[in-house]
Design a protein. Structure first.
Length: 225
């Protein structure tokens, strides 16, 4: 694992150990999850943890969050805590407070698995098998998954890009990945260590662009045939 800042090594070890603890929790309680967002980017680019990662991201189906609520009292200790947002059932932008009185200092994820000792965590995001702005008929005819991202925008992707989930190795840890991870990443990052700090440069990729390109290929093949 590459290091650039004085805290990199300790943070990276803490994140991976937290991920290992999560996989054990998920396996024991039969939680269906897969790595996502920046964590998935790291898997595609570095086959594991990004050297600059500050946290980890996973997705679960939104309806499975209720299972996390049931498990929450069982996973609270001086070392780890499973924390679920009080408004996890609200789809879209949450207009409530951060619920600081209850110790909830996040809004967008549905839940977090927190390493209280090392102060790192895993964001647990919801994936929806419907779009709230579409009719039930549209949702049934279009095999799309939808998520509400940190920019308060809906992002859709074909269901087959995610399912069936596949086992994969992330920095030596057995986790679950989506079926086609390369199609789901939204940023390609070039990371350079400059004067003791990480400098990151993005190349933006949109799901809409990938779908459009795939449809163009299919159209060309049909025309040629």
């Amino acid at each position: 694992m590459h290091a650039c800042t004085p805290n990199d090594d300790l943070r990276q070890r803490a994140l991976l150990y937290t991920l290992l603890q999560w996989t054990q929790l998920a396996r024991k309680n039969k939680i269906r999850y897969w790595i996502a967002h920046e964590t998935l980017n790291g898997y595609v680019q570095w086959h594991g943890l990004s050297p600059h990662a500050l946290d980890l991201d996973i997705l679960v189906m939104a309806q499975d969050t209720s299972h996390l609520v049931e498990l929450r009292p069982l996973y609270f200790s001086s070392d780890y805590e499973l924390k679920v947002h009080p408004q996890w059932h609200i789809v879209g932008k949450r207009k409530g407070s951060y619920f600081n009185a209850e110790g909830t200092d996040f809004v967008e994820p549905n839940a977090r698995f927190i390493n209280r000792k090392d102060h790192v965590y895993i964001n647990i995001w919801p994936m929806h098998d419907y779009h709230p702005n579409q009719t039930k008929t549209e949702n049934l005819t279009k095999e799309m998954f939808n998520e509400y991202d940190e920019n308060y925008k809906w992002k859709s992707s074909p269901k087959e890009w995610t399912f069936p989930l596949k086992p994969c190795r992330f920095s030596g840890i057995n986790v679950y990945c989506p079926a086609e991870p390369e199609k789901l990443i939204t940023n390609i990052s070039s990371i350079i260590c400059i004067n003791g700090s990480w400098q990151k440069f993005h190349e933006r990729i949109t799901t809409k662009t990938i779908i459009t390109n795939e449809n163009s290929k299919i159209a060309k093949q049909t025309t040629t045939a």
